[in-house]
Design a protein around this ligand. Structure first.
Ligand SMILES: N[C@@H]1[C@@H](O)[C@H](O)[C@@H](COP(=O)(O)O)O[C@@H]1O
Length: 242
């Protein structure tokens, strides 16, 4: 693992954005794996800046998002589809048909998951951006006795719903289920960037990167991947002795 502790938020955003847009610059039809949450917002801002200043086109690129809430339509303000439009897609020239998110409104979640997994198999992710949940989740792969490899529907843990309640009017509005790429699907990406900010993540960062590889900390499975770049701000990295 290549672990970097950055002095400023801006540096973290810039480096992560450079990896992602750099992949498209080198190969215009690159496949990007994207994430949501508060951490990637600055990264997407930097990508938009670089897209404009360096005229890097996304016309041939493809994106796959990690996850989506079940029961929220794409135009719902808190859906991850809306988030992606707001923070990235509406500012770049990526064709709408090239931007994939799981459909949380699908009549059959099982079929939707299989369909998403098939698309991922056809267009493997070159570079996957990940954030980290306080309980060690990646995407919406929650800690537990077992983990699913492929894209699947999950019940969200109360701690995750609490953490995400800040984006909704009240916790009751936070969906109870989501569709997420599985840890197996995530680990198929050729390169993975894990971006983490904030003192409240310092313990889980240490556990994920240096603790035992365990389904109780889904991010610890990243230790088994050969090309992971970890970008931390000082606070998130403060429990590491590098
Ligand atoms: N499903 C997303 C995750 O993909 C994300 O990594 C996590 C952390 O979010 P934040 O960056 O806001 O702490 O939040 C959500 O639960």
């Amino acid at each position: 693992m290549n672990i970097r502790v950055l002095d400023s938020q801006e540096q973290l955003d810039d480096i992560a954005a450079e990896y992602l847009i750099g992949a498209v610059e080198r190969r215009p039809d690159a496949v990007l794996g994207l994430a949501t949450g508060s951490t990637p917002i600055g990264i997407y801002e930097k990508m938009v800046e670089k897209h404009r200043s360096r005229h890097i086109s996304f016309r041939e690129a493809t994106t796959f998002n990690l996850d989506e809430y079940v029961g929220l339509a794409p135009d719902h303000e808190q859906s991850y589809a809306s988030y992606m439009n707001k923070h990235l897609f509406q500012h770049i020239d990526l064709p709408a048909t090239h931007a994939h998110l799981p459909n949380g409104m699908a009549a059959s979640l099982e079929e939707e998951c299989k369909h998403y997994e098939r698309m991922l198999a056809e267009q493997p992710v070159d570079i996957q951006l990940l954030g980290l949940g306080h309980n060690g989740h990646i995407g919406f792969n929650e800690p537990g006795d077992t983990l699913s490899g492929d894209t699947h529907a999950v019940v969200l843990q109360e701690r995750t719903r609490d953490a995400n309640a800040r984006f909704f009017d009240s916790k009751d509005d936070v969906p109870t289920h989501a569709i997420t790429m599985g840890v197996g699907s995530i680990l198929k990406a050729k390169t993975i960037i894990l971006a983490v900010r904030g003192a409240d993540k310092a313990d889980i960062v240490r556990e994920a990167l240096f603790g035992p590889i365990s389904t109780e900390c889904p991010a610890s499975l990243l230790q088994t991947h050969g090309d992971v770049i970890v970008l931390l701000d000082r606070e998130a990295g403060r429990k590491l002795s590098l």
